[in-house]
Design a binder for this molecule. Structure first.
Ligand code: GAL
Length: 833
C-alpha cells in the first residue's frame, strides 16, 4: 500500500516535470539566430491572420510546415484591433492569440511584426484613423503624442503575448519581433526627427523585455541590439550594420500585389528559388517569403488607393489556401536542400571562389562537413564549371546546391515538382435552373437616394478634404450644391479637381460621368436646365494610402476648384467657395441594408441603375472546394454575405491592354516584369469563405454604385483540372535518393516524375498526356517532340491510374531509348477524380 502511494506520488511528480513548459533563449551572433544555444538556418513565410478565416488557419499552417517553413511571420494590424481608441477587438479573424497558438501547435516558430506601422497594402498602413485627430500629433517621427500611442499599443500586444506565455523565452513560439517597418526608405523626409524617433522606437521595444530579439527592416541605423534586416526581391550581399548581427531577409516578395485597374503580377519560381539560394549561399541564415499565403482583403481593409480585394500575391499558397504548383513544391525541394546544408552552414562562414565569368562557388567547410552552392548569375548563358575536380553544368541564372560538396541535389532552374492547373468553374446553386449559372433570379432592391438624404448632413462654405470629414467611417462623401443658370447657359462644362480616388457626377439626379485617379482633374460636358439645377458629386476613397513619407496626410476628395466653365460669354462660375452640403456615407448604411434589414426592399432587379442595393438568398454550392462569387456584369461596389463584407468589388475596372509580354525568369525581377490578364478586368472573382455560409438560406447583399446586372452574378468553385510533371534526365537526383546513397554508398539513381492528387480520397483517373523523348510546352498544352518512346502512355497509365500517387523513373531503362545520344525528358499530364 505504501509502495503504491509512493509510486502514485512519483508518477504525479513525473507528469508535472513532463508538462512544465521550458523557455528557450533566443539570441544571435554574426552567423545566425541562436535558439537554445544552437545557430539555426531558418525559412519563414508570411501569413496575415485577418486575410483568411480561423477555420482556414490550421490548414494554411500545416501546408506551410509541409512546404518546409520553420517560422510563420505576421504583422499585427492596429486599426483592426483598436478601431476606436481603447476599445479592443480580438475576435474571429482578429484572434491573434489563437493564430499564434495554432502555429505553436504545428511546431513552428513565429515572427511577430508588431509595427505598429505595417504598410502591407493595408488601410492607412495599419494606423487607426483616430490617431490623426489627436491634437499635436505627427505620425512616425519624434513626437510625444504619437510615441505615447505607439508605445501603448506595442506594450498592449507584448503584454498579451506574455500573459499567454507565447514568447520563446516563456516556452512559446515567438522567436522574433519587429518594430516599425521600412522607415529607412523614407526617413530623410522627416529630417532630424527621424533618427531620434528610431532610437526611441528601438529602446522602447527593448524595454518591453520580451526575451527575444527585435528587428527593424530596411533600417540601416537600427540601434543595437536591434537587428537591421533586408526587404526586396533579392537580398544576397546584404550586410547588417554591426559585425555581431546575422544577415536576415524579412521580405522576399513572392510576387506582387494586385491593384484595381492593373494587370495581375506573377513571379516565376525559378527566380524566387534563385534569389533564396543566392541569399543562403552568400551567408544569409533567415529568409521570409512575403507572402507565403496572401489571402483576401475582406471588408474595407485594403490600403491604397486602389489595392484590389484579392491579396493573392502569386504566393506559394493561393488566395484560397491551395498549393500553387509548381511554386510550392519547387520551394519545398529548395528548403530540403538548404536544410541538408544546415550543419555546415551554421558551423562556419562561407568561403567564395570564382568559377569563371559570372559563376562562383561558396563553400561551407569544416573538418567534418562540407556544403557548397554553385551559382551562375549570367542572365543568358549556361555555364560548365569545374569545382572540386568535378564538372558541373549550371543553367543561366541558377544555383546548384551540393550538400556534400559533390552531388547536386537541387538546381533552382530545374523544376522537379509537379504542376497543377486549378480553375474556377461556374457552378449551379439551389434555387436556379441548371441552364443558368446565376446565383439567383429572385432579387430585391432599394434605390439609394442621389445626394443628401440623411439628417446627419451639414452645410459648410468651401470644399472639405474627405478623410478629415468622413474619418474613414465610409468610402462615400456627398458634395452637393445647386446652380442657377439662364436659358442660354445650359450647355456647359463642369470642371472638377479632386485628390481622388473616385468621383461620380450626378446632375439633376442622373449619373453624367465618373473619374478615377489620385488625383483627378476632369471636365464633364453637361447639359443643365434653365433655372435651378441639383449638382451632387459623390466622392469615394478606395483604401487609404499605406506607404510613403507623410502618407497619412495625403488626403482625398474634392478639394477644388469646382467650376462651371464656358457659361455665357465664356465666363466661369467658381463654385468652390460657395456653401456646400455634405453627407458622410449612404442612407442604406444607416438603415442596415447590408444585413438585409429594413422594409424598403422591393422585388426586382433593375439593370444598369446606379446607386442600387440588391439582395438575394442562396444555397451554398455543395462540396468543400473554395468558393468565389463572379461579379462579371457588375460595376463597382461592396458585397456582404450573411452580413460579413467580402470586400469591394470592381470588375468594371479593366487592366491596360499592354504590358503583358512573355517573361523570362532569367535576369533581375521587378514588379512590372511579369504581368498577365492585360485588357481584362483586374478582379472578377471574390472569395466567399466556406465558414461564412450555411447550407441554405444565405443572404447576399450588394451596393452597386455605377450600374450593373445582378442576374449575371454567379458562383464559381475552384476545381483541380490537371496534374503535370516534366522532368529531364539531366535533373538532379532526388534528395531522398541522395540521402540513401550517402548511407548505402550505392550508385547514382535516376531523376523521377512524381504525381500526387491533393485530396486523400482522390485517385489518378486518367493520363491525358505522356511523352518520353523531347516533349515541349507546358502543363495543359504539352506536345510530342521529334523523339518519343511509343510506350510512355501505357507505362504511365499502368503505374498511376487508380492510385493517389505514382512515381516513375525518367530513364531509358523504363522507356527504351527513342533517340540515342539526346538528353530526354518525361512530360505527363494527369487528372484526379
Ligand atoms: C514592403 C512593405 C510591406 C508590403 C510590401 C509590398 O515595402 O514592408 O508591408 O507593403 O512592401 O507588398
Amino acid at each position: 500500500m505504501i509502495m503504491k502511494r509512493v509510486l502514485v506520488v512519483w508518477l504525479l511528480a513525473a507528469a508535472v516535470v513532463v508538462t512544465a513548459v521550458v523557455g528557450v533563449t533566443v539570441t544571435y551572433d554574426h552567423r545566425a539566430l541562436v535558439i537554445d544555444g544552437k545557430r539555426r538556418v531558418l525559412v519563414s513565410g508570411s501569413i496575415h491572420y485577418p486575410r483568411s478565416t480561423p477555420d482556414m488557419w490550421p490548414d494554411l499552417i500545416q501546408k506551410s510546415k509541409d512546404g518546409g517553413l520553420d517560422v510563420i511571420e505576421t504583422y499585427v494590424f492596429w486599426n483592426l484591433h483598436e478601431p476606436v481608441k481603447n476599445q479592443y477587438d480580438f475576435e474571429g479573424r482578429k484572434d491573434l492569440v489563437k493564430f499564434i497558438k495554432l502555429v505553436a501547435d504545428a511546431g513552428l516558430y513565429v515572427h511577430l511584426r508588431i509595427g505598429p506601422y505595417v504598410c502591407a497594402e493595408w488601410n492607412y498602413g495599419g494606423f487607426p484613423l483616430w490617431l490623426h485627430f489627436i491634437p499635436g500629433i505627427k505620425l512616425r517621427t519624434d513626437n510625444e503624442p504619437f510615441e505615447a500611442e505607439m508605445k501603448r499599443f506595442t506594450a498592449k500586444i507584448v503584454g498579451m503575448m506574455k500573459d499567454e506565455k507565447l514568447y520563446a523565452s516563456q516556452g512559446g513560439p515567438i522567436i522574433l519581433s519587429q518594430i516599425e517597418n521600412e522607415y529607412g526608405n523614407i526617413d530623410t523626409s522627416y529630417g532630424s526627427g527621424a533618427p531620434k524617433y528610431i532610437k526611441w522606437a528601438a529602446s522602447m521595444a527593448t524595454s518591453l523585455d520580451t526575451g527575444v530579439p527585435w528587428v527593424m527592416c530596411q533600417q540601416k541605423d537600427a540601434p543595437d541590439p536591434t537587428i537591421d534586416t533586408c526587404n526586396g526581391f533579392y537580398c544576397d550581399g546584404y550586410k547588417p550594420n554591426a559585425a555581431n548581427k546575422p544577415t536576415m531577409w524579412t521580405e522576399n516578395w513572392t510576387g506582387w500585389f494586385l491593384s484595381f485597374g492593373g494587370a495581375v503580377p506573377y513571379r516565376p519560381v525559378e527566380d524566387i528559388a534563385f534569389a533564396v539560394a543566392r541569399f543562403y549561399q552568400r551567408g544569409g541564415t533567415f529568409q521570409n517569403y512575403y507572402m507565403y499565403h496572401g489571402g483576401t482583403n475582406f471588408g474595407r481593409t485594403t490600403g491604397g488607393p486602389f489595392i484590389a480585394t484579392s491579396y493573392d500575391y502569386d504566393a506559394p499558397l493561393d488566395e484560397y489556401g491551395a498549393p500553387r504548383q509548381p511554386k510550392w513544391g519547387h520551394l519545398q525541394e529548395l528548403h530540403k536542400a538548404i536544410k541538408l546544408c544546415e550543419e555546415a552552414m551554421v558551423a562556419t562562414d562561407p568561403k567564395n571562389m570564382s568559377l569563371g565569368h559570372n559563376a562562383e562557388a561558396h563553400v561551407y567547410q569544416t573538418s567534418s562537413t562540407c556544403a557548397a552552392y554553385l551559382a551562375n548569375i549570367d542572365t543568358q548563358n549556361d555555364a560548365t564549371v569545374n569545382f572540386n575536380g568535378n564538372s558541373y553544368k549550371l543553367p543561366a541564372w541558377s544555383v546548384s546546391i551540393l550538400p556534400d560538396c559533390k552531388n547536386v541535389v537541387f538546381n533552382t532552374a530545374k523544376i522537379n515538382s509537379m504542376a497543377t492547373i486549378r480553375k474556377f468553374v461556374a457552378t449551379n446553386v439551389g434555387n436556379v435552373l441548371s441552364a443558368s449559372k446565376a446565383i439567383s433570379t429572385e432579387w430585391s432592391y432599394v434605390s439609394e437616394p442621389v445626394g443628401i438624404s440623411s439628417s446627419g448632413a451639414f452645410k459648410k462654405p468651401g470644399l472639405l478634404e474627405q478623410i478629415n470629414t468622413t474619418a474613414d467611417q465610409s468610402d462615400y462623401l456627398w458634395y452637393s450644391i445647386s446652380a442657377n443658370v439662364k436659358d442660354d447657359e445650359t450647355q456647359t462644362t463642369l470642371h472638377v479637381k479632386s485628390l481622388g480616388h473616385v468621383l461620380h457626377v450626378f446632375i439633376n439626379d442622373q449619373l453624367k460621368g465618373s473619374a478615377i485617379g489620385n488625383p483627378i482633374t476632369k471636365d464633364f460636358p453637361i447639359t443643365l436646365k434653365s433655372g435651378k439645377n441639383k449638382l451632387d458629386l459623390l466622392s469615394l476613397t478606395v483604401g487609404l494610402q499605406n506607404y510613403g513619407a507623410f502618407f497619412d496626410l495625403a488626403g482625398a476628395g474634392i478639394t477644388g476648384p469646382v467650376q462651371l466653365v464656358g457659361l455665357k460669354n465664356g465666363s466661369t462660375v467658381d463654385l468652390s467657395s460657395q456653401e456646400w452640403t455634405y453627407q458622410v456615407g449612404l442612407k442604406g448604411d444607416k438603415l442596415g441594408l447590408n444585413t438585409g434589414g429594413s422594409s424598403l426592399w422591393v422585388s426586382g432587379y433593375p439593370k444598369g441603375q446606379p446607386l442600387t442595393w440588391y439582395k438575394t438568398n442562396f444555397d451554398a454550392p455543395s462540396g468543400d472546394n473554395p468558393i468565389a462569387i463572379d461579379f462579371t456584369g457588375m460595376g463597382k461596389g461592396e458585397a456582404w454575405v450573411n452580413g460579413q463584407s467580402i470586400g469591394r468589388y470592381w470588375p468594371a475596372y479593366i487592366a491596360p491592354t499592354s504590358g503583358c509580354s512573355d517573361c523570362s525568369y532569367k535576369g533581375a525581377y521587378n514588379s512590372n516584369k511579369c504581368l498577365k490578364n492585360c485588357g481584362k478586368p483586374s478582379q472578377t472573382l471574390y472569395h466567399v469563405p466556406r465558414s461564412w455560409l450555411k447550407p441554405s438560406g444565405n443572404l447576399l447583399v450588394l451596393f452597386e454604385e455605377m450600374g450593373g446586372d445582378p442576374t449575371q452574378i454567379a458562383f464559381a468553385t475552384q476545381e483541380l483540372q490537371s496534374l503535370c510533371s516534366h522532368v529531364s534526365q539531366s535533373h538532379p537526383i532526388s534528395m531522398e535518393a541522395w540521402s540513401q546513397e550517402k548511407s548505402t554508398k550505392k550508385s547514382k539513381s535516376e531523376p523521377r516524375v512524381s504525381l500526387e492528387c491533393p485530396h486523400p480520397n482522390q485517385v489518378i483517373s486518367s493520363i491525358k498526356f505522356a511523352s518520353f523523348g523531347t516533349p515541349q510546352g507546358k502543363c495543359g498544352s504539352f506536345s510530342h517532340g521529334e523523339c518519343q518512346s511509343t510506350d510512355a502512355l501505357s507505362i504511365l497509365q499502368k503505374a498511376c491510374i487508380g492510385s493517389r500517387s505514382c512515381n516513375v523513373g525518367v530513364s531509358t531503362a523504363t522507356f527504351g531509348d527513342p533517340c540515342i545520344g539526346v538528353v530526354k525528358s518525361l512530360a505527363v499530364e494527369a487528372s484526379c477524380a
